[in-house]
Design a protein around this ligand. Structure first.
Ligand code: ADP
Ligand code: MG
Length: 179
């Protein structure tokens, strides 16, 4: 299937999820991430601020902060993205329509990135929002890349482009896709 058609179909399915399902599945996914042995010794996380019916990251962020982990957020800088450690509680809406810190310090070394996605497959290939921000950000970066999505976003097979960066782990409410 063409990528843009697949993106549209999955976005429609996700938009049709009811709020209770979003809350329920997001809680299961959050608990699974926190229970991963892979993150035990990691300290610095970059986590997207969820919007609409995306897997909610709100609890994950708060729980990691309460464990004294460092949490930064993706911030757009032209065509690129950086990991921004907020210097205040103020967030603004980026040109991608998501919240990013208004004032931040750029962090270069990130132990783990929680990666949003539209679709993925069992080989951990990812289809994002179609602008390539995460592919550019993750290229040549040594970090644990955890994709999070609902189980219906896992599709049969994605043929990656040469610039696509695969994930290390994918967590849904039903499964963990690892090695
Ligand atoms: P997404 O991963 O968001 O679904 P794509 O993989 O289709 O989107 O990438 C969107 C665009 O971003 C591509 O047309 C590609 O040219 C550009 N892009 C992605 N990664 C890189 C990169 N590492 N260097 C240069 N351009 C890139
Ligand atoms: Mg891509």
């Amino acid at each position: 299937m063409q990528t843009d058609i697949l993106r549209k179909q999955i976005k429609e399915l996700r938009n049709s999820l009811d709020k209770n399902a979003v809350i329920k599945y997001s809680k299961i996914i959050t608990d699974k991430i926190l229970a991963l042995k892979e993150i035990e010794n990691l300290n610095t996380f970059m986590i997207y601020k969820s919007f609409k019916n995306e897997v909610s990251t709100e609890n994950l962020i708060n729980l990691l902060l309460s464990l004294n982990k460092t949490v930064c957020y993706p911030a757009t800088k032209g065509e690129n993205m950086v990991a921004g450690l907020p210097l205040s509680n103020e967030f603004t809406i980026s040109k991608l329509g998501v919240e990013e810190p208004k004032n931040y310090k750029t962090i270069d070394l990130i132990d783990c990135v929680i990666v949003p996605l539209i679709a993925c497959d069992k080989n951990k290939n990812r289809i994002g929002f179609g602008k390539g921000y995460y592919d550019r950000f993750l290229k040549n970066r040594n970090t644990l890349k955890i994709g999070v999505c609902y189980d219906f976003q896992v599709v049969d097979e994605i043929t990656p482009n040469e610039w696509d960066v695969p994930l290390d782990l994918i967590i849904t409410e039903k499964q963990i896709i690892g090695d």
